[in-house]
Ligand binder design. Structure first.
Ligand code: 13P
Ligand code: SF4
Length: 352
């Protein structure tokens, strides 16, 4: 039943790497950015996959470093008039849809995501039209237009609960675009799902057999895996979860060594929350390896200090704009997720 998306594997155009800055240039940019954030009433919202210096700057300036769900909530609830979203395009669009009255800037508007590229709205919409009886659930890593076509948006931190909920209402599901995350959720929930065949070029590169070899070298290490990874890698995991769930697991697990299968950007925060633990990157090498990303998202890497500075100096070419009608449609499916997440939080608090 599933359909192949038109862009799979190594066909993705990779962006140029950001310019390398000297130590002095970095210090200068950081100071200027700190000043400009105050002057422009702006706050820096960064994803865990951005480079460590960007995450540190977000923390130092009263912004946040978070997963995609928390980034959306933080931007929506923060009082600043301008949000600087250091992440990828869908995160900027989500911020704009949730707070249309704020100015939403991105260091690089070209920072996209292979899942977004691999799920063009017209093709995805045709796919949905072939199954009108199904509820359309899309991952947050999609364009605003795809979100507008969907009934629900989910992020990896709440996907399982939302699909469980829909399954309990006997809903049949169209899932898009990440086939690995979809397969993981299908296995966990036994929900009736048909899948769009997209993937994340970063997580798709983790290799199960090399991971098995690594585990043999570090038998006491726990394996932490983001569910955008292939099923063969997920099967070796002690913990499967979103970025924030993996960071939490790193902190609470008794193991002193951890093998981590997700973007290398996460090590900054993970090491901060468990400084006494030894962290190893899961292998992207081995049989069939291309190592095009080598476990670091090339689009997240576009969020450099110079680009942040430029966006604060002149918003032209940095401002996120979402068509009003599209935004209206996307808000419905996004709000469903946010309301569901809020209800879940209330239940947890009530049980505490
Ligand atoms: P999170 O929702 O876990 O932050 O993941 C976003 C993402 O792009 C993962 O590759
Ligand atoms: Fe997209 Fe993968 Fe980059 Fe996340 S890591 S933004 S899923 S390409």
């Amino acid at each position: 039943m599933s359909k192949l998306s038109p862009l799979i594997g190594s066909d993705y155009p990779f962006p140029p790497k950001p310019a390398v800055l000297s130590v002095q240039e970095k210090l200068d940019y950081k100071e200027k950015i700190k000043q400009l954030l105050i002057e422009k009433d702006a706050v820096l919202v960064a994803h865990y996959y951005t480079d460590p210096e960007i995450q540190a700057l977000a923390e130092e300036t009263g912004g946040t470093v978070a997963d995609s769900l928390e980034m959306a909530r933080f931007g929506r609830d923060h009082k600043a008039n301008t949000l600087i979203i250091a992440g990828v395009r869908f995160m900027g669009e989500t911020a704009k849809i949730l707070t249309p009255n704020k100015m939403v800037l991105m260091p690089e508007l070209e920072a996209t995501c292979s899942l977004d590229i691999g799920c063009p709205v017209d093709e995805f919409s045709d796919f949905c039209d072939q199954h009108p009886e199904r509820t359309v659930v899309v991952y947050a890593n999609t364009s605003a237009a795809v979100k507008a076509r969907a009934d629900w948006v989910v992020t990896s931190s709440i996907a399982l609960e939302i699909i469980e909920h829909l399954d309990s209402e006997d809903k049949k599901i169209i899932w898009g675009p990440d086939r690995h995350l979809g397969a993981y959720i299908e296995k966990q929930t036994q929900a009736d799902m048909i899948m769009w065949q997209g993937d994340c070029i970063v997580h798709d590169e983790f290799k199960a057999s090399a991971l098995r070899d690594m585990k043999a070298i570090y038998p006491d290490a726990a394996i932490l895996v983001h569910p955008e990874s292939p099923q063969s890698v997920v099967e070796l995991a002690d913990v499967v979860g979103s970025t924030s769930q993996l960071i939490n697991a790193a902190k609470t697990l008794p193991n002193k060594q951890l093998i981590v299968a997700t973007d290398a950007g996460i090590f900054y925060k993970m090491q901060q929350v468990c400084p006494d633990k030894e962290l190893f990157a899961a292998p992207t090498g081995g049989e069939g390896a291309t190592c095009r990303s080598c476990a670091h998202c090339p689009w997240m890497a576009m969020n450099g200090l110079k680009a942040i500075y430029n966006s604060l100096i002149d918003a032209t070419g940095h401002e996120v704009d979402v068509d009003e009608e599209v935004a209206k449609g996307a808000l419905v499916s996004l709000d469903r997720m946010l309301n569901f997440a809020a209800e879940q939080q209330l239940k947890v608090k009530g049980n505490a």
